[in-house]
Design a protein around this ligand. Structure first.
Ligand SMILES: NC(=O)NCCC(=O)O
Ligand SMILES: [Zn+2]
Length: 482
């Protein structure tokens, strides 16, 4: 099937150009002005709108079994909702239970994801350690296209990694050329504070942010960064929500350490007043970790994005509906942690980023797509509108408006943390693997059409990290006669 997108402006992370885009099968085959339509090609008139790489959400949890329940969004509904909002790839997480065979967990998640409508990949969480886990990391990187491992520093008594696991796993990942990622919250402190709050009779959702103050996140971010520094491994910190973790990343990057930071659309736009909402359900809808923060953190996070200290945006899309949230009715520690957003990320970031001048359109592409593709080593297959790239493309009307609501969204969740927000700048058309899967309200996703994306090990920054170590080694300094 051949598709020609005519009359648009291509926006990539590094250039903007008035150009047509020719797609043959699942690949982009030409980008340039005034392209002729090959015989039989379908022509899509972009009408002067922007043509951008589809979004990559590097942090989702579709149908995750978690805290005694299962996330309500499955791989089909979730990737479909993402497609409506302009996201054409997700990177989800395989999360083995402690002591569970890692390969068994991996194959379980691969089975669940068979129903995805757009492309996807998996980070694999390391939740415990022994020789079998070490071997599985080798198998996953060698035979299964996994190049990133996740470490939860929170959730004590469940999936939390202690420092011993971090050190073992970081060392192994470094040797395999895989990037380590961390959820940075000190789980020991969280457990301690939760106990104290419950003992004081604080059982409602307001206890959730009180048990996870920003210092808890800052400590863990700092610790992970220092461990990575000592072991000389690149590090990616997921969902930075506060000034403390941003400062930790900024310091490390200013010192030359290869540390990447992700921020969630929710943390940029929602503040902690939600936990004081008089309606228990509304407050509980916002229980996620790290929690939403006092407002001052939001502007700092935006500046972190602008300054390049944070490189990617995600959602941590992990939906639990109201009845599920009510599992913690008498105890906030039992409210399943997670909210939605995969459908809304691109819209809210365009509206609050580009329309306010915080981001240029090219910077928007960088932080919603290209940077994730680069860090997770799938660029330029993904993250760019260029010849040879996968035909994952969106057509974006910067003038169109849309009001976000649970009543009209396509996410399988009965509330929306951006409820009532009117955004200017809307995705009108989503192309996945060269097929139109969404156009002007018409959803054409196909269950199971999504492909698993292999991600090669040793992204280029691994070599850079190694060279820095070599240059700084005393013997090398001697050899260079310095
Ligand atoms: N973020 C959250 O609250 N739920 C999903 C699991 C995690 O990423 O911590
Ligand atoms: Zn998560």
């Amino acid at each position: 099937m051949t598709l020609l997108i005519k009359g648009g402006t291509v926006v990539n992370a590094d250039f903007t150009l008035r150009a047509d885009v020719l797609i043959d099968g699942d690949k982009i085959t030409a980008v340039g002005p005034d392209l002729d339509a090959p015989t039989g090609a379908e022509v899509l008139d972009a009408g002067g709108a922007l043509v951008m790489p589809g979004g990559i959400d590097p942090h989702t949890h579709m149908e995750l079994p978690f805290m005694g329940t299962v996330a309500s969004e499955d791989f089909f509904s979730g990737t479909t909702a993402g497609a409506v909002g302009g996201t054409t790839m997700i990177i989800d997480f395989v999360i083995p239970s402690p002591r569970q065979d890692v390969m068994e967990a991996y194959h379980t998640w691969r089975g669940w994801a068979q129903k995805a409508a757009t492309d996807y990949s998996f980070h694999v969480a390391i939740t415990w350690w022994d020789e079998s886990v070490k071997a599985a990391m080798g198998t996953l990187t060698r035979d299964h296209g996994v190049n990133s491992f996740k470490h939860f520093m929170a959730y004590k008594g469940a999936i939390m990694c202690d420092d011993e696991v971090l050190v073992n796993s970081f060392t192994r990942a470094r040797d395999l050329g895989a990037i380590c990622t961390v959820h940075a919250e000190n789980g020991e402190l969280v457990a301690h504070l939760q106990k104290e709050l419950l003992a004081k009779g604080i059982t409602g959702p307001e206890g959730h942010p009180q048990s996870r103050p920003t210092a808890v996140e800052g400590e863990a971010a700092d610790r992970a960064i220092r461990i990575a520094q000592v072991l000389n491994v690149p590090l990616y910190i997921v969902h930075n929500s506060c000034i403390e973790s941003l400062q930790a990343i900024t310091r490390a990057r200013n010192d030359g350490q290869r540390v990447f930071g992700e921020v969630l659309a929710g943390h940029l736009l929602v503040d902690d007043s939600v936990y004081r909402h008089p309606d228990w359900d509304v407050a509980a809808h916002h229980v996620m970790s790290p929690p939403f923060r006092p407002k001052a953190n939001q502007e700092a996070l935006w500046r972190g994005l602008q300054a390049g200290m944070l490189q990617t945006t995600a959602t941590d899309h992990c939906c639990f509906c109201t009845p599920q949230k009510r599992m913690g009715h008498n105890n906030f520690t039992q409210i399943p942690n997670g909210t939605g957003g995969v459908e809304d990320r691109m819209h809210v970031l365009w509206h609050h980023g580009v329309n306010t001048g915080r981001l240029t359109p090219s910077e928007f592409v960088a932080i919603t797509s290209a940077n994730a593709a680069k860090i997770f080593n799938i660029y330029p297959r993904k993250g760019v509108v260029a010849v040879g790239a996968d035909a994952d493309v969106v057509i974006w009307d910067p003038a169109r408006q849309r009001t976000i609501s649970k009543n009209t969204h396509h996410q399988n969740i009965d509330y929306n943390i951006f409820e009532g927000m009117t955004v200017t700048g809307v995705n009108t058309t989503t192309i996945s693997q060269g097929r139109v899967v969404y156009h002007d309200g018409d959803i054409r996703t196909v269950r199971g059409a999504g492909r698993y994306v292999n991600r090669p090990t040793f992204p280029s920054y691994f070599d850079a990290v190694k060279r820095v170590a070599e240059v700084n080694a005393p013997s090398a300094v001697d050899r260079m006669g310095v």
